[in-house]
Design a protein around this ligand. Structure first.
Ligand SMILES: [Zn+2]
Length: 87
């Protein structure tokens, strides 16, 4: 049946720590828009906190940004810490 899933070792590529399956909200900037994708399957390092998303999932994210219908739209407040005299 289906294609075989290759089991990858659950080890962080940065620090070698153990990874844990999780779901997160991924942020991706495209042009003028910031896209949020909820419930993205990912792995988070228990040692350094780095998050890892598979190539397959990144392809899904790309597809949903280009062709998907947003579940919701929200306004995003933007702030600056630039000193007032430089404005
Ligand atoms: Zn790590």
């Amino acid at each position: 049946m289906g294609r075989q899933e290759r089991k990858r070792p659950l080890i962080c590529g940065i620090c070698g720590g153990r990874l844990k399956e999780t779901r997160l909200t991924h942020e991706e900037r495209r042009g003028a828009h910031l896209h949020l994708i909820r419930d993205v399957p990912a792995q988070v390092c228990l040692a350094c906190g780095e998050k890892w998303i598979s190539e397959d999932t990144l392809r899904q994210i790309d597809l949903v940004i280009r062709k998907g219908k947003p579940a919701a739209m929200m306004e995003t407040p933007v702030y600056s810490l630039r000193p007032a005299r430089l404005r």
